[in-house]
Structure formats: structure tokens, C-alpha cells
Write a protein that binds this ligand. Sequence first.
Ligand code: AMP
Ligand code: MG
Length: 396
Amino acid sequence: MTAPTFPMHVSVDDARTHLSALLPARTAETVPLAQAYGRTLAADVPALVSHPSATESALDGIAAREADTLGASPDAPARLRVIGESRAGAAFGGTVGAGECVRIYTGAPLPAGADAICPVEQLSDDGPDGVLLRRAASPADVRVEGGDFRAGEVVLHAGQVLTAPRLALAAALGHARLSVQRRLRVALLSTGDEVVPPGQPLTAGQVYDSNSVGLHAMLLEAGCEVLPLGHAPDSPQALQAAIDAAGGADVLLTSGGVSMGKYDFMRDLLVEQGRVSFWKVRMRPGGPAILGGWNGLPVFGLPGNPVSSLVVFHVIVRPALTGQPPQTLRLRAATPFRALPDKTAFWRGVIDGGQVRDYGQQGSGILRSLSDAGALVIVPEGQAVQPGDDVDVILL
Ligand code: AMP
Ligand code: MG
């Protein structure tokens, strides 16, 4: 190989920036709410209505004038005359006067004249048209019109991911459709002569293709459309044919074949015939990752080890695809975590009792850590963690 003309051993942050720069600008599309789950808002979302849409009761009970009920107690209940009913969807048309009340139900409009609610649990009947209140009616149980949000107010913001609660809120704001970012189309290819699809017999020296499965799921979680290209053997011709099949994708994600080995053809292909943005990242696991381009298609080459590819996906690929930095938690370390002099370490950790401890087996070939470890503990270059220190962790 001739001397490299591209950056090598870049930082994790720089790797992310390089990848973001190769992704297309995100255009918007409008989709019905039922298709908006997990999408990213392309525009601010104003409330089309106020909530509550009228001043209403938060409880089942009676609506009255607070002043008429002050001092009511079990021994000296307040006595009110019932003049009607207000229920959700059918308001009481009259006005509550002195000594009067209206039976009211949760979400029903507060009648004119009334300013307070006494819950049904505090009431007993006093003849056909009367009630006794064992407690004063309270204005705190009145929900004021617009007290949650007012028509015209911007409540959801461009860039927010539509979680289930936000989707429910968008419906409550009055929107049947939302403007969201177009999904990125990500082609996915695993490589390696020893890699076979699960479900087939395995001979010694082979390994099941777990990367295609795990990366596919993580891409869906990241809100991407996935173009599965399956698997290619370790041959330059086969790899070229597979990459050429990724037409129409915004980016191709591959796994395997990017390290220093003789049969790491993915790296050779990009270095010798494509274009390289960087090769190798100052991180462990995941160091051999490569970013380049092939006939205008951005190609991100993940290392083959499933643990490495998971970590690189979480700390570089996912943030670039979603435009959101990795979400970290700050937790107390229960065990030491070793530092590396010239790399950021992402050690697998187990969260237990509000603390995080070393998972133990940190080799990138330990596949069971994919399930047993719930977190990546970030140890910056040269900054060892002692028990009792606070560390940043990424939840897996
Ligand atoms: P490579 O990056 O191609 O040198 O592969 C590194 C290690 O990861 C090897 O032990 C491979 O067998 C393993 N590996 C590569 N691709 C996959 C895959 N798709 N699923 C599971 N293991 C893989
Ligand atoms: Mg390989």
C-alpha cells in the first residue's frame, strides 16, 4: 500500500463529523400520525386548539361556589341544592347561584357561576335535590381553559423524535399529519468467507451472521429505512458487485474486512479504487472502522466483531444518522475501569443498584456481552476510573 493520503487514527468526534458530512441534507415529507412513530419532526408543531378546550372539572363530584362551602366538615357539612348536571360532551346551560350546585363529571365544562369542585367521595345525598359536603369545594380541581397549552403556542419542536408520548401530544394539538424528515435509506452488507446465515448448519471455523441482524434492528431503531444486501464473501469482485447493488441508498454500512489482514478487501477496495475520508478511530473496541466513498455512495466499513460493530454503531453511526449526540447517563463506578493511553475506551458495564460495574470479559469476541452488558462505560484517553468516580455511560 502507498503512503496514505487520508486521515488516520481520528478521534471519535471527528469520525462522527466526517460521516455526517457525507450524508444528504434531510428533506421533509408529510405523513399521517399512524406512520409517524419514531420519525424526526421537520418543523415546529403549534397547537391548533387549546387544552383544555373549556374550563372543566378534573373530578367526578359537584361544581359550586367555593365561598358557599368554606368550613364544611364531616360534623358540619355544607348543604347545597342540586340544579342540574354537566357531563363530558354535554354542558349545563344555566348559572350556579348562591347555595346551588351542579353534578359534574371528569372533563365536563364548569358551569357559569361555579368556581370549585367537591369530589363525589366527600358527598352524601340530602333528599332528592340536595347534597351534603363533608369538605369545602376546591378551585384546585378546576382545569382552566388553555392551562395545558393554548392555540397557536409551539409545543413540539423541529428535530424532536416522535416517541409514543409526543405522538399522543401531537394528536391532542389537533394534527392528523406531521411534517417529518425523510428516512435515510441505509444499505447493509456483511462480509467474510466464514460468515453464514443463521438456520444453516455451521462447520468448525464458521460463525453465524449476527451483524446483519443486530445492525438491521439498530438501523430501524434509529429511524432508517434498511436495504438488506445480505452477505458477500472475501473477494474483491464479489464485494464490488454487492456494493454496486446498493444503488439508491444514501449510505452503505458494511461489516468485516476493514482491518490489517490480507483478506480485508473492503479496506483495499476503498483505499485503492474508492475514496477514503478516514481509516481507524482512536477507540476500543472498534478501532479499524473506515469511511469512504464508492462511485458517489458513502460507505462506512464497520469491523466484523459483533461487539466492535455494536459500539461503533452506537458512538459514531447512530449519532450521525439521527443528528442526535449519544445519550449518556452519569453513574457512580462500582469497580475500576482501565484507561488506554491513546484511545477512548468503551467498556461493557452492568448497571446495578444505581451504579455501574465492569462486565469483566472485555474482549470484542465475547458475544454474550451483547445481552448481559446493559451499558457502555466511556473512559476518555488516559483517564482511568476508580471505584466511587462518576462516569458517563451509554445505555445499550
Ligand atoms: P473481520 O473484521 O472481518 O476481520 O472480522 C473480525 C471477526 O468478526 C472475525 O472473528 C469474524 O469471524 C467476525 N465476524 C465478521 N463478520 C461477522 C458477522 N457478520 N457476524 C458475526 N461475526 C462476524
Ligand atoms: Mg473478515
